[in-house]
Design a protein around this ligand. Structure first.
Ligand SMILES: [Zn+2]
Length: 306
């Protein structure tokens, strides 16, 4: 984004600040402050690209979140959405793919500050040490994390999540066995890797086109407590809690602030994603995955909002 656009958005954020604060105060009074979940990929000061941000930018984001919001894990996001009890602004931090460079700054910073984070891993790249398909295609063979690094993160309290075996685009997969392999086998591989259960799944690319009925059903059948999309949306209170909506941890600070202060225009234009989950079994499975969480209110269709 160029400087003029950034300055204009900054000015707009300033002008909107008091009306947005009023709106958020109103939502807080009824426990309906939408939950924010940001996704990141790679934090590094080398090889800049569309999915990399600098260490300084990342620190500014974390400083901003810590000064203005309550940083929570994904289980609390689901709890707030489900229970209708969200009285302040919250942020949950996630990473996708599994880049080795994140071990140099981002992950140590989060661990040092005791900040919860869910780190979604594409298993085969970590196991084989080969670059992700999108980096290979871009001619930038960046290094994925190693198995030892994923274990180290998990041992340090970072929650490890599943991001398929081969960073698959489900909109192009037409074999149910292939879908199962990318979800169920990936979960098994990851759980063996870290010696702990894996609770969350994030769809590669994460647009509505990738959130297929077949894949969501298998995510559910596999016993995941929820799945993440990445098309840019808030988690509205009382909405479908199995689908966790995320927005980009945008390196352009004013755009991040715009998201974090609740842009109702964005909320109004969020895409609708609908799916069906088999009833009954889903309730028991989810309960088994989250024994410490309160009893959820199950809906059989997902993702509704005004
Ligand atoms: Zn990804």
């Amino acid at each position: 984004m160029n400087l003029i656009k950034s300055a204009l958005l900054g000015a707009r954020n300033c002008l909107c600040a008091s009306s947005r604060q009023q709106r958020l105060a109103q939502l807080a009074s009824t426990g309906e402050v939408p939950c924010s979940v940001a996704f990141y990929h790679r934090v590094a000061d080398t090889v800049a690209n569309g999915w990399t941000m600098s260490t300084q930018q990342f620190r500014e984001h974390i400083d901003y979140f810590q000064s203005r919001m309550t940083i929570v894990d994904l289980a609390e996001v689901q709890w707030r959405v489900r229970e209708g009890h969200s009285v302040d602004q919250s942020m949950s931090i996630t990473f996708d793919d599994g880049y080795a460079d994140n071990m140099d700054y981002a992950i140590p910073l989060l661990i040092e500050r005791d900040i919860p984070c869910t780190y979604f891993v594409t298993t085969q790249n970590v196991i084989n040490g080969k670059p992700f398909p999108h980096d290979r295609d871009a001619g930038q063979p960046l290094q994925p994390n190693t198995v030892a690094q994923i274990r180290e993160m998990s041992d340090a309290g970072i929650e490890i999540g599943c991001h398929t075996r081969r960073h698959i685009d489900f909109s192009n997969v037409h074999s149910i066995e292939h879908v199962r392999s990318e979800i169920i086998e990936a979960k098994d591989e990851l759980e063996q890797m870290i010696g702990r259960p894996v609770h969350y799944f994030a769809f590669p690319f994460g647009l509505p086109a990738q959130l297929t009925q077949a894949a969501i059903e298998i995510v559910h059948e596999a016993g995941f407590a929820g799945f993440c999309s990445a098309f840019g949306a808030y988690n509205h209170i009382g909405n479908d809690w199995f689908h966790i909506r995320r927005f980009h941890g945008d390196p352009e600070f004013e755009r991040l602030v715009n998201w974090c202060t609740y842009d109702t225009a964005k909320a109004r234009t969020e895409p609708r994603v609908q799916y069906f989950l088999p009833p009954a079994k889903s309730f028991e499975q989810t309960q088994a995955m989250m024994p410490s969480m309160p009893v959820p209110h199950i809906t059989t269709f997902g993702s509704f909002h005004a």
